[in-house]
Unconditional design. Structure first.
Length: 99
């Protein structure tokens, strides 16, 4: 029996910059393709001016995915941020993600 993958994407979605725009493009495309994607802001601080400058359609889609719970077990977890933000031995970690 086929079922769509449950994807959890961890990235600096609300900070602006390269990792943010890459991750946003990926999750919007997956969402449009019918993939169940939940997102978590990870790896950088949020930028109010960036968020308020987003197109309303993009912001609505991101907020929907940000509040969405994974369907069943997460089969794919993506850590899309610079390596310094990942959970490394004796380093910083973000409690909200497996990164």
């Amino acid at each position: 029996r086929h079922h769509p993958a449950s994807v959890a994407w961890h990235a600096p979605f609300f900070s602006g910059g390269g990792y943010c725009s890459e991750a946003t493009a990926f999750v919007l495309a997956l969402d449009r393709a019918g993939v169940h994607v939940s997102i978590d802001h990870h790896g950088d601080s949020q930028s109010g001016p960036y968020v308020t400058g987003l197109p309303q359609e993009t912001l609505r889609a991101l907020m929907k995915m940000n509040s969405r719970q994974p369907k069943g077990p997460v089969e794919v977890a993506v850590c899309h941020s610079e390596p310094g933000a990942w959970h490394v031995l004796n380093g910083l970690s973000w409690a909200s993600s497996p990164c």
